[in-house]
Write a protein that binds this ligand. Structure first.
Ligand code: 5GP
Length: 207
């Protein structure tokens, strides 16, 4: 069977759960991949780079992109828009890459509705809410009311873990990364239904 069609790996989970660190940690072990850089209206944080962490745009620009149907999915998270542009995702899938999304539960829902048969999803979280609070406070990049907002969203998001294929508890980064490498490798092997039909037809016809 030829697994050359590309696949999607969705990572969701609270801000501060360590999704970015995990992606960095596994990138050399998972083969050709494309990390989807989202567009957002939220203010840039210290240490972030335009075009690396996000494309930072204003509300008008984002709403124009919605109008032009440039997004595969978009959602309002913590009062700001976040969205995934379709074009680079399509290109990467055509090139047979594993496309990695760091998106929230609403985004995951939308991706599942459109591309379920090539999507594998993972919810990443801290072992406890208490640990999440400590990590967000230690990060020191956000004001207390923003941190409180993120904690409220996190409490709601964990209620939806059952919608995901896998749960990765990021207690020890190395251990969580090892689990994620296995999931990413399996995600690549997921067979889209169109390929299955093709295989069955050929399997019956060719002697
Ligand atoms: P942060 O502001 O901490 O970078 O991200 C906040 C939340 O927005 C995270 O849960 C992250 O997964 C989510 N997010 C980032 N980009 C996107 C996107 O393109 N679409 C959706 N639906 N969520 C996103």
């Amino acid at each position: 069977m030829n697994h050359d069609t590309g696949a999607i790996l969705v990572l969701s989970g609270p801000s501060g759960a360590g999704k970015s660190s995990l992606i960095k940690k596994i990138e050399k072990e998972i083969g050709a991949y494309y990390f989807s850089i989202s567009t957002t209206t939220r203010p840039i944080r210290e240490g972030e780079v335009e075009g690396v962490h996000y494309y930072f745009v204003d509300r008008e620009q984002f709403e124009a992109d919605i109008e032009e149907e440039n997004f595969l999915e978009y959602a309002k998270v913590h009062g700001n828009y976040y969205g995934t542009s379709i074009k680079p995702v399509k290109k990467a899938l055509k090139e047979g890459k594993l496309v990695i999304f760091d998106i929230d539960v609403q985004g995951h829902d939308a991706v599942q509705k459109r591309l379920a048969d090539i999507t594998t999803s993972v919810f990443v979280t801290t072992p406890t809410l208490c640990e999440l609070k400590q990590r967000l406070n230690a990060r020191g990049t956000d004001a207390q009311e923003i941190i409180d907002g993120r904690i409220d969203v996190a409490k709601r998001e964990v209620q939806r873990i059952s919608e995901y294929d896998y749960l990765v508890i990021n207690d020890d980064l190395d251990e969580a990364a090892a689990v994620l490498v296995n999931i990413a490798k399996a995600a690549r092997m997921k067979i889209p239904s169109i390929k299955i039909n093709e295989f069955v037809l050929n399997w019956e016809d060719i002697c």
